[in-house]
Design a protein around this ligand. Structure first.
Ligand SMILES: [Mn+2]
Length: 363
């Protein structure tokens, strides 16, 4: 089977179209009113064991806890869309041990709120790096860390009929099939080699080519299925099937216009031309116009050096948000210090979900 077909097959499996006992099940949240619903979706936190050089999440620990408290207070439901723990690099047992009193303590509050309100406030979706969360380990490690409350891991989560959330590794050649031996190699490399040379990165996160291919497949599948799809895995946020990393397409048009004008001048500024050309090239590589239909969104990641990105569904709007981590030296003591600078929440993009859904054809 070719990669694209295999990706579609795996996406169908994990969203429940094709039956597969082994990979678990999707979950559907009955959501009757998107106009008042509140969800926050994070993915790719890659929590490690707290070593500065090999744990890519560590510098965002405080920011993540701060954000979780913000969302809990504002009555958001939390959806964790895969690669939440870095299970290839570390033993899940040790990740839990390191973050039990901080991150898991904050996540636990969503589980407890769900029990109180008798509706789900905490949803977990499997990724490739936290695939180790089989039923046994969930029971032995995750459930105790979340206050001994029942927690399930899903292959995907539907919000109503038209919004689907999954991790996005489905069908990715190496990420989706990594077996025992390869996992041990990754673990060795993460804990030794990367501790010497710096942090490791996900394959899908480092190669622009793989990232673009993944984005394209996920987009095409969502379009086929007539869904609004929210995924993670590629570590770069996408809004309405396009990624404008730092500047918008309008900005890019402006630069291209400027370049054109400069080139037509009698006395050309050759340095300016070179700079503009170089700048446009870099920006273009980073801008990914995946397609015309606004059916594909990506959360980004939680292991950036300066913060975390995610997606909010809030009172009829869908938003890309970034939580900027303040710079400080945070040394683990087991409890969160209360006198730290506040992380900042920035709205990168925001638009009406109804308007977006109207642009996704249903026939
Ligand atoms: Mn992944």
């Amino acid at each position: 089977m070719k990669e694209k077909e295999y990706t579609f097959f795996r996406l169908n499996q994990d969203s429940g179209i094709e039956d597969n006992e082994k990979v678990g099940k999707p979950f559907k949240i009955e959501e009757n009113n998107l106009g008042t619903a509140k969800y926050v979706i994070f993915s790719d936190l890659h929590k490690g064991t707290g070593r500065k050089k090999s744990d890519a999440f560590l510098q965002n620990e405080y920011t993540y806890c701060y954000a979780l408290n913000y969302y809990l207070e504002k009555d958001f439901k939390l959806i964790l869309a895969g690669d939440i723990e870095e299970g290839w690099g570390f033993k899940l047992k040790n990740v839990i041990k390191r973050y039990k009193n901080t991150v898991f303590y904050c996540e636990k509050k969503f589980v407890e709120k769900g029990i109180q309100r008798e509706e789900g406030y905490y949803f977990r979706i499997i990724g490739n790096h936290d695939k180790g969360w089989g039923k046994k380990r969930v029971r032995k490690l995750l459930i105790p860390a979340l206050g001994n409350n029942e927690v399930k891991i899903y292959t995907s989560v539907f919000i109503g009929d038209r919004i689907l959330i999954l991790h996005g590794h489905q069908g990715d050649a190496t990420s989706d099939k990594l077996k025992g031996i390869a996992k041990n190699v990754v673990r060795f490399v993460t804990q030794t080699v990367f501790s010497w040379f710096g942090r490791k990165k996900d394959r899908a996160a480092t190669s622009a080519q793989i990232r673009k291919k993944r984005d394209k497949y996920l987009y095409e599948w969502a379009k086929d299925r007539k869904l609004l799809l929210i995924a993670g895995h590629t570590h770069r946020y996408i809004f309405k099937s396009s990624s404008n990393v730092n500047i918008t397409k309008d900005d890019l048009d402006k630069f291209e216009q400027e370049l054109k004008i400069e080139k037509e001048k009698d006395e050309k500024d050759s340095i300016k031309i070179l700079r503009l050309e170089e700048y446009i090239k870099i920006v273009k590589e980073d801008i990914s116009e995946v397609g015309d239909i606004p059916c594909y969104f990506n959360t980004g990641a939680g292991d950036y050096i300066d913060g975390i990105t995610g997606i909010e569904i809030d009172n009829g709007e869908i938003k890309i948000i970034k939580w900027n981590s303040p710079r400080f030296n945070y040394k683990f003591t087991g409890i969160l210090p209360d006198a730290l600078p506040d992380p900042k929440r920035i709205e990168v993009f925001s638009e009406s979900i109804d308007e977006i859904l109207n642009q996704i054809p249903t026939i």
